[in-house]
Design a protein around this ligand. Sequence first.
Ligand SMILES: Nc1nc2c(ncn2[C@@H]2O[C@H](COP(=O)(O)OP(=O)(O)OP(=O)(O)O)[C@@H](O)[C@H]2O)c(=O)[nH]1
Ligand SMILES: [Mg+2]
Length: 215
Amino acid sequence: MAIQKGKTEFLMGIDKVDQLTMWLGEHPAAQGVAFIGRSNVGKSSFINAIFGKSVARVSKTPGRTRQVNVFKFDWLPEGEKVPKQFYLFDVPGYGHAEVSKEMGHNWQILLSTFFRGISGKVLLLNLQDARHPLQDADLQFQEYIRQFELETYLVFNKVDKLKTQSERFVLQKRMPEIYEQNKWVKQIYFASAEKGTGVLQVVDGMMSFLLKSLV
Ligand SMILES: Nc1nc2c(ncn2[C@@H]2O[C@H](COP(=O)(O)OP(=O)(O)OP(=O)(O)O)[C@@H](O)[C@H]2O)c(=O)[nH]1
Ligand SMILES: [Mg+2]
């Protein structure tokens, strides 16, 4: 894989709106990818599966991360001589009940500042739980991010947790509905950060996007 594992570098965790506004202002053409999705869905795990072990912190308790984590990584696209620099964002979960109201409000502002200000050269990877497709919180969040018109791919994570035939059948049966609801999304993947299933496909999709964003 062309992304050098272990070379991804954590830059900062931003939890202040002013700081985020400043960062976005200073990086109007940032290229890269942002992992978004509800708490505990496996964003940090997925980042680690792609970028190398322990790049991002995996939570034991959901809803811990309350900041936009910014990383940078190098990637050498085929045909290029010099590696290009990209940004990686770990944007913590929405839809977590235990967050206090006040924190929730600050978080909403931080999120809208992020989506409004981030460059169109950043791909959104929205993770959802393969066991519970089309949950209200996910659908509402999608309604919300759609307005920002950023390219979005959907990743149903934790497919390894669908252990029995009948559990997998439930997902199969809902496929038409899943595709119907997500027509606006450019790609849909089924994957497991833990087992590595489907991770390469997501990487491929991500790389095609990054390549497109270079021109
Ligand atoms: N079985 C299984 N467990 C997973 C998978 N991905 C993540 N997990 C587990 O799910 C829990 C949450 O994972 P995280 O990566 O911290 O989730 P997150 O989306 O970053 O959570 P927040 O930072 O709180 O928003 C951890 O216990 C992971 O080990 C997967 O594909 N399969
Ligand atoms: Mg996380």
